[in-house]
Design a protein around this ligand. Structure first.
Ligand SMILES: [Zn+2]
Length: 201
């Protein structure tokens, strides 16, 4: 099974679980930090979990997000682990340390999730290093560091132009897509329903 992960590195990408990850950070840390968990509070969490992709969209507007070069959206500061640090410092200046801690932790989940298993990896230490990092699970976690040329060779060899449709819209039986698709949509449904739950509560 893990071979599939190796064979189809970018067949599937994380999108929706970023929303949920941000919400979960706010949900579980919000109360201990003295915040009231409200629908809006959770939506703000989802925003911060997704924020690196939003920032990347503005930094990388020429990129075709549905092409096999989608992974390039991670090749800028938006997906560096220094972004959460910047967010922490900026919010610290205008708000309290609790707000900045929550926002930066929610934003930090983004590159860490992108690092995992599938996808072409993340340039975690931009602008100081251009290396791409990636984690696989094969019985134990295997950590890989690749240069740009190696990533591009892989993209040209096995990249899929219709990766979004194949992973999110068509529940096909090739590789991991179907269960990943189900997982992704489940994340989205939970992410939408959590604020609704707190709204009705
Ligand atoms: Zn991303």
């Amino acid at each position: 099974m893990n071979c599939l992960i190796f064979c189809h590195p970018d067949k599937i990408n994380f999108v929706f679980e970023h929303l949920l990850a941000g919400e979960l950070v706010f949900l579980f840390l919000g109360k201990p930090l003295g915040f009231a968990v409200t629908p809006l509070f959770l939506i703000v969490g989802a925003f911060w979990g997704f924020a690196p992709d939003i920032l990347s969209y503005f930094l990388n507007r020429k990129l075709n997000y549905r092409s096999k070069f989608f992974h390039l959206h991670r090749d800028n500061l938006s997906h560096s682990i220094f972004l959460p640090l910047i967010i922490f410092l900026v919010i610290l200046l205008i708000g309290g340390w609790k707000d900045s801690l929550l926002a930066s932790l929610a934003a930090l989940t983004h590159p860490l999730l992108d690092l995992f298993g599938i996808g072409y990896g993340v340039k975690l230490f931009l602008p100081f290093s251009n290396k791409t990092y990636k984690l696989f699970y094969r019985g134990k976690f295997i950590y890989v560091m690749r240069d740009n040329a190696a990533v591009e060779r892989e993209v040209c060899r096995i990249g899929e132009d219709d990766w979004f449709d194949r992973s999110y819209i068509t529940f096909n039986d090739k590789g991991l897509s179907w269960w990943w698709g189900v997982f992704e949509w489940t994340c989205l449904i939970i992410a939408i329903n959590l604020p609704i739950f707190y709204f009705l509560k």
